[in-house]
Design a protein around this ligand. Structure first.
Ligand SMILES: *[C@@H]1O[C@H](CO)[C@@H](O)[C@H](O)[C@H]1NC(C)=O
Ligand SMILES: *[C@@H]1O[C@H](CO)[C@@H](O)[C@H](O)[C@H]1NC(C)=O
Ligand SMILES: *[C@@H]1O[C@H](CO)[C@@H](O)[C@H](O)[C@H]1NC(C)=O
Ligand SMILES: *[C@@H]1O[C@H](CO)[C@@H](O)[C@H](O)[C@H]1NC(C)=O
Ligand SMILES: *[C@@H]1O[C@H](CO)[C@@H](O)[C@H](O)[C@H]1NC(C)=O
Ligand SMILES: *[C@@H]1O[C@H](CO)[C@@H](O)[C@H](O)[C@H]1NC(C)=O
Length: 492
């Protein structure tokens, strides 16, 4: 018995010692919330608990003593402010989710962290030794807003994204799903209007049904699992297409600025030889996940990446050296490695996936920077030019021409590169207008294959025949104002 236990312990520590992890960056979705359709959506108790538990999960992976992937030199119990950096949009559900996550990451210290006063009294922080961890909040008027909400205030995105509704794929689903959606007229008609029960509102409909299935005791029994799944698949397709099209660069702009932010924050870790910013937390909405999935070819790794991420899902980027007790490499671009994981909500295991359409489970930091760099927007003036944005901070950026590296903690807010806007703009225009017809067809076929697979897997064929059989009809009147956008908006 004792021998067996010892063998197991030895086995575990052998695994644990195989690599040295130097840093991790986690991008999280918020937890369970009220429906977006009703203004001022708020995080629920369930959602707070989900994001807190996410933090606890990553504490057990990266922070606590004895963790399999404990980051080298990280403070195990009491947060060291220089080692942790967090950012979220200034919006209730996302900012609050980041805060709960960090409480799970570094929970209250109880009486372990007393401070003695001159009169001999021992004092403790409130709430059982609560640890304060700063979340850098970005409001939509701040230039740094573009890193976690890169489609907001971006007219070229709105145009590109809305053009999805002119595609044959959209028209086909619009036409073929009318009877599917009409089944919800009792439940949703009084809320959004019967005439709004169409594929055009696929996300709003799914969100209302999903929230009601979790919280609404009157309605939940009338929402079947198969109907909810079908509504989800349609929302998956609608929202994915709103933020990614391989031949229309502007659709994925929010994924491109997120990529810029990820590179910039990982660079802070690497640039300090991993003495600072060992753990980074970013929070953002599902549309950033989907844009990033498309951009980094994760949809080739698994068709599940066409789907909306679950509540409190995370993408994870890990910096490591495949050697126990390694010291930080002197040539990080060749000797430091990066691997990617996805965790699809609290119930789901963390799973590793190859990026960029390769079969490689990890890659050198240098290759990662060049692959992701090619898909990223890392400077404010570049974003302003591509978007044709008239935001006040773009006007200001156009008036300055000093150039700094985007690697400061602020992730490039002050950076500008005078040469970049002209060429960015023409690249963007070329991407938007470019000869996408053939590739567009390929993309549509890929999308259909996805829907077929999912429909089959779930024994629910609504989406699949719809997608195959439809013929293009007239352009629907009135595009959505801001397709797919966004849990990060202040209205949420
Ligand atoms: C010591 O100082 C603190 C803070 O001023 C006070 O609350 C506490 O009652 C003092 N203790 C004693 C024993 O005087
Ligand atoms: C993708 O973009 C191309 C080129 O702009 C366009 O022809 C095609 O319809 C788009 N596909 C979808 C599904 O939006
Ligand atoms: C459909 O939705 C639009 C936009 O949200 C709204 O203005 C309109 O009143 C809705 N239609 C009905 C019949 O409720
Ligand atoms: C949920 O419940 C209330 C009644 O308690 C109802 O007014 C509301 O419209 C319901 N439906 C949805 C989809 O939220
Ligand atoms: C990989 O992603 C890039 C960038 O979005 C895209 O241009 C390319 O077509 C994708 N390749 C595959 C095999 O999906
Ligand atoms: C995550 O879960 C959702 C269901 O909530 C699913 O539709 C989606 O495909 C999953 N994504 C991945 C990458 O597994």
């Amino acid at each position: 018995m004792i021998a067996t236990t010892a063998a197991i312990v030895a086995g575990l520590s052998a695994t644990a010692a195989a690599d040295t992890v130097f840093g991790a960056l986690v991008f999280t979705r918020h937890g369970d919330r009220t429906a977006k359709f009703f203004n001022n959506a708020v995080l629920t108790n369930l959602g707070a608990d989900q994001t807190y538990n996410s933090g606890a999960f990553f504490r057990n992976r990266y922070i606590a003593n004895g963790s399999e992937y404990q980051i080298a030199g990280i403070s195990a119990d009491k947060v060291n402010p220089g080692q942790v950096w967090a950012s979220a949009p200034d919006s209730g559900v996302l900012y609050e989710s980041a805060t709960h996550f960090l409480q799970g990451l570094y929970p209250p210290l109880g009486t372990a962290d007393g401070q003695e006063l001159s009169n001999g009294t021992e004092t403790y922080a409130p709430l059982g030794g609560y640890q304060f961890i700063l979340v850098n909040g970005e409001d939509t008027n701040s230039p740094d807003t573009i890193w976690l909400q890169g489609s907001t205030g971006c007219p070229a995105f709105t145009t590109a994204s809305s053009s999805y509704s002119q595609s044959a794929a959209y028209q086909s689903l619009m036409n073929s799903t009318t009877s599917f959606y009409s089944q919800f007229s009792d439940i949703l008609g009084p809320i959004i209007g019967t005439s709004n029960l169409t594929y055009k509102n696929a996300y709003t409909i799914f969100d209302l049904l999903n929230v009601a299935s979790i919280h609404n005791i009157t309605v939940a029994p009338n929402i079947s699992t198969s109907a909810l799944d079908e509504a989800r698949y349609l929302a998956d397709a609608h929202e994915f297409n709103a933020v990614y099209n391989s031949t229309q660069n502007m659709r994925s702009i929010s994924g491109q600025t997120l990529a810029g932010q990820i590179l910039s924050q990982l660079n802070n870790t690497v640039y300090s030889n991993a003495t600072h910013q060992k753990f980074t937390l970013l929070a953002g909405s599902y549309d950033l996940f989907q844009a990033f999935f498309g951009l980094t070819n994760l949809t080739s790794a698994s068709p599940n990446f066409y789907g909306l991420p679950a509540y409190a899902a995370q993408m994870v980027f890990e910096l490591f050296v495949p050697d126990s007790n390694a010291s930080f490499p002197t040539s990080p671009s060749t000797d430091l490695r990066v691997r990617f994981y996805f965790k699809n909500g609290t119930q789901s295991d963390i799973e590793q996936f190859p990026l960029f359409g390769t079969q490689d489970q990890d890659m050198s930091y240098g290759d990662f920077v060049s692959e992701l760099g090619a898909r990223s927007v890392g400077k404010l003036p570049q974003w302003c030019g591509m978007c044709g944005s008239t935001e006040a901070f773009c006007v200001a950026a156009n008036q300055t021409s000093d150039s700094t590296s985007p690697s400061s903690g602020g992730a490039g807010s002050s950076s500008s590169s005078s040469g970049s806007h002209g060429s960015s703009l023409s690249n963007a225009a070329a991407g938007g207008i470019g000869a996408g017809v053939t590739l567009g067809v390929v993309f549509v076929v890929a999308g259909l294959a996805f829907l077929l697979t999912r429909g089959r897997r779930n024994r629910n064929r609504h989406a699949a025949p719809a997608a195959v059989g439809g013929t293009a009809a007239t352009t629907p009147a009135g595009l959505e104002k801001r397709p797919s956008n966004s849990e990060s908006e202040s209205s949420v």
